[in-house]
Design a protein around this ligand. Structure first.
Ligand SMILES: *[C@@H]1O[C@H](CO)[C@@H](O)[C@H](O)[C@H]1NC(C)=O
Ligand SMILES: *[C@@H]1O[C@H](CO)[C@@H](O)[C@H](O)[C@H]1NC(C)=O
Ligand SMILES: *[C@@H]1O[C@H](CO)[C@@H](O)[C@H](O)[C@H]1NC(C)=O
Length: 593
């Protein structure tokens, strides 16, 4: 890209928010697509990104769409009786790892979609509890709670997730207050359908309460225990909140980070290491009678013109090929500036432009968004910015892990050292909103965030999204730097990989990081002794398969399928060879020589 193109890009990006006012989009397709005439057999299962981390999709012999617990029980019983592998899939399927594949994905398993298992079962206004079916999306859940004057205090910011999916992968928002920001901390009851012996008609509904030790397995389960049918959540009276984003340079980020999470109930930090900036979210609860009708409709989740999606990707690819010096920094500056001028999607009233901080609004209108999921169909004129149906769409890796705040301070300092060795090397990540730092508390869930004994329960998650080439053999610009950060976070600092994100190498040795793993496996053995809900991938994640989540094919390190140990794991013909890290010497990263 030459500098003349930049203003064009700027215009396109600035015009992107306007697409929202068109109020149409192309909602994502069902991740299960079947080729039989009734649309229920010979299916492929994929994710919202079109492919799993190894670029594959998987096959299933059939899909069922139960719309009640009875139908769900029948589906599980039917598959158990015939010893058929099965797996739950959701409406949108935003998890990155291959957890939604029934069995080996070889076309013999059954996909059980919770798409129509999405009702509110009941609201208990006195106890402030709401019972929902597991396929309900975060968006529907938030709206139904608000109708009853209630709020889910903490949640992910993207509302295209289901309750079952969020519990399956331990999804969370950002808070150190109360029990922290993970959805599973607010589960008080659960109904889960598991396989059963013939004497019990092949399926069983298990009812768990928070007093039940098995709940610590079921509330973060990777979907390997059975199908969650219903969940009862403890909610709070609806409230308002006040949100302000403040930008500072990142010199004192490591020192401020631990305290900042205590100062504001909904604090988070977006760190742009390439730009040397951090954007702090000052976000606090207000009573419902505070004045303000604000909304937060995050720009990155709005319907985006497919032309813009393509142009931005094209610009990024040109910068990749050029290996241009400061150009990615220029592009990220442009994107940062336009997002910040637009208040990231905050507005004092729905439909208004951003007019300044603070924005005060009801929790249900501020906590999550995802306009690209819900606007009426427009034949792919606009879509979610990562929609795989758009030719030349955004394609990325996601790396996310958490660690106690005490360790995180040193980790941040080491990332800064690495950045200072090559100041432009991290501008690529800033194009994707930088490194999102969210607060979370250690959990009693066996597969939840675990602090090592003696450490504080306060934890932070580092979440980064970055360029992935459509060509698996093509090395990324500054490949080595993000690989080093990934290995440093996961191996030196013992980061716990997010179950719903990450490249395969993140799960190397993960079973040893969870003190509760053995207890989890005991419950798994009791609920699903034949592993009908397991696949090779979940077995590797849980350390019960002999294989590893990685391979050693040529170029494997480029795709996150391995940590390189030989040059051929990188791209020697493009000048990328396997070298030690620059700050974390034990890292092995593909470095351009
Ligand atoms: C039971 O299993 C068979 C074979 O897999 C399938 O064709 C049928 O649709 C299933 N019935 C139910 C209720 O799931
Ligand atoms: C899925 O089916 C397609 C088409 O029949 C086939 O090419 C592919 O290899 C199958 N995938 C798996 C994992 O068996
Ligand atoms: C909101 O309600 C509380 C308690 O009812 C009251 O004390 C307070 O003055 C009210 N605030 C506003 C801004 O109306």
């Amino acid at each position: 890209m030459n500098p003349v193109q930049l203003p064009v890009l700027l215009l396109m990006i600035l015009s992107a928010p306007a697409a929202d006012r068109l109020a149409t989009a192309s909602p994502p397709p069902d991740p299960v697509q079947c080729s039989s005439s009734d649309g229920k057999a010979d299916c492929t299962v994929s994710s919202a990104y079109g492919v799993f981390p190894d670029r594959s999709t998987c096959n299933a012999s059939a899909v069922v769409y139960p719309s009640s617990e009875e139908e769900l029980v029948r589906a599980v019983a039917n598959a158990t009786a015939t010893r058929t592998k099965m797996k739950v899939t959701t409406r949108y399927s935003h998890s990155v790892p291959k957890l939604a594949c029934p069995g080996a994905g070889d076309g013999r398993g059954l996909a059980i979609s919770t798409r129509w298992l999405n009702r509110v079962v009941g609201v208990d206004a006195v106890r402030m509890e709401m019972t929902v079916e597991s396929g309900i999306t975060l968006r529907e859940l938030i709206a139904a709670a608000a109708d009853a004057g209630l709020a889910l205090p903490y949640s992910p910011y993207w509302w295209g997730l289901t309750v079952g999916g969020m519990l399956g992968t331990g999804a969370h928002g950002s808070s150190l207050w109360g029990k922290g920001s993970a959805i599973h901390e607010y589960v008080v009851r659960m109904r889960i359908v598991t396989p059963a012996p013939a004497a019990d008609e092949y399926a069983k509904v298990r009812v768990l309460t928070s007093a039940d030790p098995e709940m610590d397995a079921a509330k973060v389960s990777l979907g390997v225990l059975g199908v969650i049918s219903q969940v009862t959540l403890a909610l709070q009276p609806l409230f308002k909140r006040s949100t302000t984003f403040i930008r500072r340079d990142d010199d004192d980020l490591a020192e401020r980070m631990p305290e900042f999470g205590r100062e504001h109930e909904f604090a988070d930090i977006s760190w742009y290491p390439g730009l040397r900036r951090a954007v702090y979210r000052l976000d606090d609860r207000l009573p419902l009678n505070a004045s303000g009708e604000g909304v937060f409709d995050f720009i990155g989740f709005r319907p985006t013109s497919t032309l813009v999606i393509r142009e931005v990707r094209l610009a990024e690819e040109l910068l990749e090929q050029e290996g241009g010096r400061n150009n990615k920094c220029l592009m990220s500056t442009v994107i940062r500036t336009s997002l910040s001028v637009a208040g990231y999607g905050l507005a004092r009233r729905s439909g208004w432009p951003f007019t300044g901080y603070p924005v005060v609004g009801r929790q249900d209108r501020m906590q999550a968004s995802g306009g690209c999921l819900t606007a009426p169909e427009d034949a792919l004129r606009t879509a979610c910015p990562w929609d795989p149906r758009v030719r030349g769409t955004t394609f990325f890796h996601q790396t996310a892990f958490s660690m106690p705040v005490s360790r995180a301070r040193a980790f941040i300092e080491e990332i800064r050292q690495l950045r200072d060795l090559n100041p432009e090397s991290l501008c690529g990540i800033d194009i994707y909103n930088g490194i999102l730092i969210r607060y979370i508390k250690a959990s009693t869930a066996h597969l939840g965030k675990a602090a090592v004994r003696g450490e504080s329960d306060d934890m932070v998650e580092f979440d980064m999204t970055y360029y992935r080439s459509q060509d698996p053999g093509r090395a990324r610009l500054h490949e080595d730097v993000l690989e080093e950060i990934e290995q440093m976070g996961l191996f030196k600092y013992g980061g716990l990989p997010h179950w719903g994100k990450n490249r395969n190498l993140a799960f190397l040795g993960v079973e040893r990081k969870y003190p509760g793993m053995r207890d989890f496996l005991r419950v798994k053995g009791a609920y699903d002794p034949d592993g009908l809900f397991s696949n090779e991938w979940s077995d590797m994640m849980l350390g019960i398969a002999s294989g590893t989540p990685t391979n050693n094919a040529p170029g494997c390190a480029l795709e996150g399928m391995c940590v390189c140990s030989q040059d051929k794991h990188c791209a020697p013909e493009q000048g990328y060879v396997c070298m030690p890290g620059k700050v974390y010497k034990d890292a092995r990263v593909c470095t351009k020589v």
